[in-house]
Design a protein around this ligand. Sequence first.
Ligand code: SAM
Ligand code: SF4
Length: 463
Amino acid sequence: MEFINETLINSLLEDEKLNDENLQREIIIKASDAKGLTLKESATLLNITNPNILEELYHKAKGVKEKIYGNRLVLFAPLYVTNLCVNNCLYCAFRKDNKELIRKTLTIDEIEAEARYLVLTGQKRILVVAGEHPQKASMEFLGEAIDRIYSINIDGNNIRRLNVNTAPLSVEDFKLLKTFGIGTYQCFMETYHYQTYKEMHLSGPKSDYAWRLYAMDRALQAGIDDVGVGALFGLTDYKFETLALLMHAADLDSKFGIGPHTISIPRLEPALNAPAALHPPHAVDDLSFKKLIAVIRLSVPYTGMILSTRERAELRRDLFEVGISQISAGSRTAPGAYKESQESLDKHELEQFQLGDHRSLEEVVKDITSLGYMPSFCTACYRSNRTGDRFMELAKTGNIGKICVPNGMATFEEYLNDFASPETKELGKEFIKNELEKLEGATKRKTEQMIDKVDQGERDIFL
Ligand code: SAM
Ligand code: SF4
């Protein structure tokens, strides 16, 4: 626990000097270089209350995100394989003591059916999610599930990057997980605040704070290059949580030379028979949520930031503006829910928590395109071995955009040709045409060639 220094965080939170508006403005200006911020600077920005300075913060966060990643938004969907769990997290419907939840573990065939559904809507990235269950969600089961998902190929359409969000493993099991060919290993600390953590996790392996805190150290030691951290906002004071999350990112960067590949910022949503979700102890309002996202973006400019469908559509539009680079779309949080009819949306007996954004992938694609974002289904970095420090080097020097933009455009063209309705297709093609005009020289030529190839029927083209 030595790298989560609660005393330091609390002293920053109590420091009156960090309310200085001139200082806040200076830090925002300094953040233009996209080199990140010190913890004290991040704490200062979290203290902003003046609406004019907040606007400056949002504007800068958008600029930094675009400098590094361009205007793309990467899309994915979660695939829940089991809702059985041996833990008792007070905010989650999957918790062991929740007798109102109907328990279900998918068979490998059912997992394939879910993944096929996602492939046929146009998804290329899946996040496999599971409760913690040594028997039902064993390593063997996960390996088989991942193999089966990767084996699907429907006319060149397939899942090309499979990330996982599962319970922390030992170094040995992480080594095994790596052999399954996963992209990012994700695990959220939920809360870095030790006392709150203890109160929220009453029993099961997850009640061990240190085991979870060091999960990413073990994953990196085992050779998993891309790790995704996060905190579940609403459990403790959001400023504390944000600073602790940044401390975690800085610690990984200093120890392994690789910061987290992604940071997730889930916010507590209502969940069946989950007391802490129904009455969040430190509910985070929309304004504070937007602010903390912008502060994280400026603090760790090179890291992908993920926003899920927990948030409602209207707010998501607003949050994309301040530095989000990856989003889920068309999601369900119950095992087997994709295959089932729309009616399942109204049933909460199987799901982990309730979603705020119920739109289909196509509706989200159409919406973000009209807002000026490039929907990207790109999975190139992972498959070109640009993971870990190789990815970080590109991201930290701001060069990743040169690869992301052409790759994102080619995958968007694929989506439009294979899955979009005529209306979305028209909108998307016009968007791509305009984006191409913004490119120059070799990048433009290369991108045009890639798009031509896609139009001639080639699939999975990337730099
Ligand atoms: N069971 C594993 C674990 O806890 O790490 C992996 C997956 S868990 C199903 C995925 C994440 O869902 C958790 O890490 C937590 O942050 C989030 N979550 C749980 N309950 C939630 C709720 N009520 N609202 C929003 N997110 C929630
Ligand atoms: Fe289980 Fe994860 Fe839910 Fe906790 S958050 S009860 S570990 S599924």
